[in-house]
Ligand binder design. Structure first.
Ligand code: ATP
Length: 844
């Protein structure tokens, strides 16, 4: 349909848009512009799924066997443990899922819509049929639209049609039989504008859009799984196989030695359940999810869970200049023409046309738009001009929008074209220049270069202005200041002390880049320009890139080359970007970082992380949190594995020795459940240790299970077994009853686990020296565990269920003694090994 007919059918004036009242009425009638994503499995299904686990089946079988042979209380306890395990798993999973869902909603999606004759930004969800939307390169088309106006617009419709080449849009008619991919006069919700600008009338919203029609495209729910959790799940499975084999052997051995088969069966099931670290992948997902929440508080929204673990290992951060390191609040401070610097006060007379060009060749409003262009309005006003009057007197008839590749923008007004952009680009088009006093002269390119050098050396961004009709003439230069962010300066310093290389990649002039790099504390050294980069011989490329800190006049395409070069050198690369053309580099980088405030939808979609305030300091904060999270993962693993192995070994050793069990199966289950939840999970909430940013990044090739981690695991497992066995035997020796001796053994086991948890607050350094501050979770966990042990020991009903007995002071002295000794041994181990490792590398 012709645009006019569409407008009539929709009841809208394409120039003025809908009235707000009409828009509200239509919103009530048609509903919001949202595609409903089908819900995932319900809570009941998810709870039942917790029981779908081979281990749980074995446990249930053990319960039935125990019941049949008369152990009703034991069977009940096993059932209770199974239930508790399922509930804990369910709660953990929901928590992680909720955190992620909430975060994915935080990235704002807005659209520019003309209402009541004025352009304004509204949430895309509030668009209604008939709305007039404005689209610019980088926007996601917010609804299905009939295009009414296009300027060189190209749209990537691959999400809808699978066609990877952007489609050139037009306003003309297409035959009614045209398929979606051929309807060049329409734009479709969810597709990306990759070039140019357009204006369209909304014809369909929400579920009525083409995208809504193929809901399954977006319906796939997010899975709480990362390479790390997958690796750990595999590790758990392998370990389980070993443990089941050991259990089977122990079973046969025990029965051969004369233990009744049912009793032996329950014992080996306890061995298996105690030893298998079934909660590991879930716990890791929680630790990561908590990391996501912590990062969001620091202004970094993580879009993919694996990014949390990758961030901690970042070795290079490649960052933009404007907005990230600087405030992106520009003010013109100096003007220049024909080799002379001219103050703003004097510019109204001598550089009037340069100021006018700045107002006309400009898409900004006074308080909205590109800060570079807002600054140009500011300079005109300061020189006493009235931008609105200037624009009214010379309406714009055509535009070639600014693009990072061309670094220029052209507008046409009543047959006169103005060009503005990077000095080199504009100068290349001009033969003459205007003199400040009036008149023209041939363009003095040397004088221009010197001017540009003077201005950029002060850290100013310099734009040149030209009138192209009747013949191109350079009107002058405007130079603007953009103050660095103070917090970025601190963050850059923190990154450097953390061994992270910070590189600035900018489209700006080399001089400006060098000056700003100096201001924010980057080692400026040599500045490499895009042209120099392109001329580098392939053999030197990687090395030169790695050694350079500042890159200027770089095109978005070259960013991809830079990421690739750094990755070939073994780096883990975080890269920021805001434009459409940055998307490939963001996707390729290990951590793509997009801007939430200033960036485009295209960049956000390609990114792993979005910064809410575009601030470099948020990247540094995210890396800090990422390192803390990775530490917490290692701490959790270092704590939980010995607990599991210790539990298994207590049973195994007793079976092998043919001795009575110091801890019986239901007691093992009790220890496993209570400590895993109340002690183990506190690790997820551990604050980030001081000094995480004072050590070099973890080498990308270093495995999670380092030799020293394994050594620690073995050491503590042995400690646990020796302590529990020792306490049990000694108590019996001193005349305690079997139940009392077992109760002591349990308490010793839990006490040593608690002491070791304290020690795990810092893996490599003595905790007294590296105390990471108080943690309420930690104290709460310790308190609850102590309370539960007291109940287990003194509550009669617990005594019946768990075969325990009240014990006296001496028994508690054993517990305290074992805890202190175990703590001392682990701390001594840290000291001993840090001696060696400090020399070799640093850290465990
Ligand atoms: P940064 O890293 O500082 O954010 P960038 O890579 O985003 O910079 P661009 O915004 O692409 O850089 O700008 C590159 C060059 O293009 C600038 O140095 C300037 O000369 C020119 N330029 C920037 N904005 C405009 C504009 N709105 N109109 C015309 N030319 C512009």
């Amino acid at each position: 349909m012709p645009v006019a007919a569409v407008a009539e059918r929709l009841g809208v004036d394409p120039a003025r848009g809908l009235s707000s009242a009409e828009a509200d009425a239509r919103l009530a009638r048609f509903g919001g512009n949202v595609v409903r994503v089908p819900a995932g499995p319900g809570p009941v299904r998810r709870l039942l799924a917790q029981f779908h686990d081979p281990l749980i089946y074995v446990l249930l079988l053990a319960g039935v066997v125990t019941w049949v042979f008369g152990g009703h209380v034991d069977a009940g306890v096993i059932a209770g443990v199974v239930l508790l395990n399922a509930v804990v798993g369910f709660v953990q999973e929901s928590r992680a899922q909720r955190a992620l869902e909430a975060l994915s909603k935080m990235v704002p999606v807005t659209a520019t819509v003309v209402r009541d004759g004025l352009p304004q930004r509204v949430p895309a969800a509030r668009l209604v049929p008939g709305d007039v939307v404005e689209l610019t390169a980088g926007d996601r088309v917010p609804a299905d639209v009939r295009l009414a106006e296009v300027h060189l617009a190209e749209v990537d419709e691959s999400a809808l049609t699978g066609e990877s080449v952007p489609v050139v849009k037009a306003t003309g008619l297409v035959p009614p039989s045209a398929v979606v991919a051929d309807r060049t006069g329409s734009g479709y919700s969810g597709t990306l504008v990759t070039r140019g600008q357009a204006r369209g009338l909304v014809t369909a919203t929400g579920g009525a859009t083409q995208l809504g029609g193929i809901q399954h495209l977006v319906a796939t729910a997010q899975v709480v799984e990362t390479p790390l959790t997958r690796k750990l799940a595999r590790f758990s499975r392998q370990l389980s196989v070993v443990i089941v084999a050991v259990s089977a052997t122990a079973f046969v051995l025990g029965v051969v030695r004369g233990t009744p088969a049912p009793e032996m069966f329950t014992a080996v099931v306890a061995l298996a359940v105690g030893a298998i670290p079934e909660g590991l992948p879930a716990a890791v997902a929680i630790v990561l999810a908590i990391g996501v929440v912590r990062m969001s508080r620091r202004g970094a929204i993580v879009r993919h869970l694996p990014a949390v673990e990758t961030l901690g290992g970042t070795t290079v951060i490649c960052t933009d200049k404007t907005g990230t390191l600087t405030r992106n609040r520009m003010t013109v401070t100096t003007l220049a023409a024909a080799g002379e610097l001219i103050s703003l006060a004097d510019s109204a007379k001598s550089l009037r046309e340069c100021l006018i060009a700045g107002v006309l060749c400009n898409d900004a409003q006074l308080d909205e738009g590109d800060p570079t262009e807002i600054a140009l309005l500011g300079s005109a006003i300061e020189a006493g001009l009235d931008p609105e009057a200037i624009r009214a007197a010379a309406p714009r008839t055509d535009t070639v929008p600014f693009e990072s590749e061309t670094r220029t923008m052209t507008t046409v007004h009543n047959g006169i074209s103005y060009l503005k952009g990077a000095v080199e680009e504009v100068a290349a088009r001009c033969e003459t220049e205007l003199l400040p006093g009036g008149g023209e002269r041939p363009l003095d390119r040397d004088a221009l270069d010197r001017l540009q050098e003077t201005l950029t050396a002060r850290g100013l961004r310099v734009l040149a202005f030209a009138r192209l009709t009747p013949v191109p003439v350079l009107l002058g230069l405007q130079a603007m200041h953009d103050p660095p962010r103070p917090e970025a300066v601190t963050a850059v310093a923190a990154c450097r002390s953390a061994g992270i290389d910070v590189k600035m990649i900018t489209g700006d002039h080399a001089g400006t880049a060098r000056a700003v790099a100096g201001e924010v504390g980057l080692a400026s050294g040599r500045v490499l320009t895009g042209a120099e980069l392109a001329a580098l011989p392939a053999a030197e490329f990687d090395e030169t890139v790695a050694a350079t800190q500042v890159f200027a006049r770089v095109s978005p395409g070259q960013k991809l080359d830079l990421v690739r070069a750094l990755q070939r050198g073994g780096h883990v690369v975080a890269m920021t970007g805001d434009g459409v053309n940055d998307a490939p580099a963001l996707r390729r980088a290990d951590i793509g970082v997009a801007m939430g405030a200033g960036g485009t939808d295209a960049a956000r979609q390609a990114a792993d992380m979005v910064l809410t305030s575009d601030d470099f300091a948020s990247i540094e904060a995210a890396v800090r949190v990422g390192r803390g999270v990775f530490d917490n993962l290692r701490k959790f693993i270092a704590w939980t594995l010995p607990a599991n192995i210790g539990e298994g070994m207590v049973v195994l050793v007793a079976i092998l020795l043919g001795a009575t069990l110091p801890i019986v199966p239901v007691q093992i289950l009790w220890i496993n459940m209570t400590t895993a939840v109340f002690l183990g999970l506190t690790m997820a909430f551990e604050p980030t240790e001081h000094g995480v940013m004072a050590r070099p990044p973890r080498p990308p090739e270093r495995p999670l299970f380092t030799a020293s981690l394994l050594r620690r695991v073995v050491l503590v497992s042995v400690l646990l077994v020796v302590a529990a066995f020792g306490a049990y035997r000694l108590q019996l020796g001193f005349g305690a009853s079997l139940a009392e001796a077992r109760t002591t053994a349990i308490n010793v086991f839990v006490g040593v686990q608690a002491a070791y948890l304290l020690s795990c607050r810092s893996l490599d350094r003595p905790v007294v020296r590296a105390w990471p501050g108080h943690s309420r979770m930690f104290l709460l966990g310790l308190g609850l565990t102590a309370g539960l042990q007291l109940l287990l020991t003194y509550l009669p009903v617990m005594n019946t269920w768990f075969h325990t007995a009240p014990v006296g002071v001496v028994s508690w002295l054993w517990v305290a003694g074992a805890a202190v000794v175990a703590f001392a041994v682990v701390e001594a181990d840290k000291l001993l090994w840090s001696r060696y490792t400090v020399k070799a590398s640093r850290g465990v």
